[in-house]
Write a new protein. Structure first.
Length: 165
């Protein structure tokens, strides 16, 4: 559950609400800006796509209901910022030990400073998902994308497989 505090007078009520769900809560600053996602495939960025939700946030409906968000590829950023976003996304992917593919979600503030929100190690592969859309824009159709993902998959520990002994 998310609670957004717009002014200091709302903090106590927000904390009370949050603590109803457990003894540990996460507080973070709200970053207003452009939402950008970067697809990583075979250790290379596919590119950055901007997401414009029709609602207040990029929520479930914006993600899965066709027409509830607009996707702009490539993201309309100055070329130096665009390259920095791609580099930062690849760094995040590698820092977490990811391999093969992932999708890195970022926010770009009004001063063009990028913030990594998360690295999605199993990005969606539905009709409205971003990874297939970015791949398609790069000339990689869905079947080829799946094949590339499978070709990059590997097992680090063969002994951990589920086979009978």
């Amino acid at each position: 559950m998310s609670v957004f505090v717009k002014n200091p007078s709302e903090i106590n009520a927000a904390l009370e609400t949050a603590f109803q769900f457990g003894t540990k809560i996460l507080l973070q600053s709200y970053i207003s800006g452009m939402e950008v996602h970067v697809g990583i495939l075979d250790e290379k960025p596919l590119g950055a796509i901007e997401i414009k939700s029709k609602g207040a946030f990029y929520d479930y409906d914006a993600k899965y209901v066709p027409g509830m968000s607009e996707h702009i590829f490539p993201a309309p950023l100055p070329s130096d910022v665009y390259q920095h976003v791609l580099d930062l996304a690849l760094e995040a992917h590698q820092a977490l030990g990811c391999s093969g593919y992932s999708r890195v979600d970022l926010l770009i503030d009004s001063e063009m400073k990028p913030y990594v929100l998360e690295v999605n190690t199993l990005p969606g592969m539905t009709e409205t998902s971003l990874m297939p859309e970015m791949a398609r824009e790069c000339g990689i159709d869905f079947d080829a994308l799946v094949e590339k993902i499978l070709n990059t998959a590997h097992t680090e520990h063969e002994d951990s497989s589920c086979r009978s002994k």
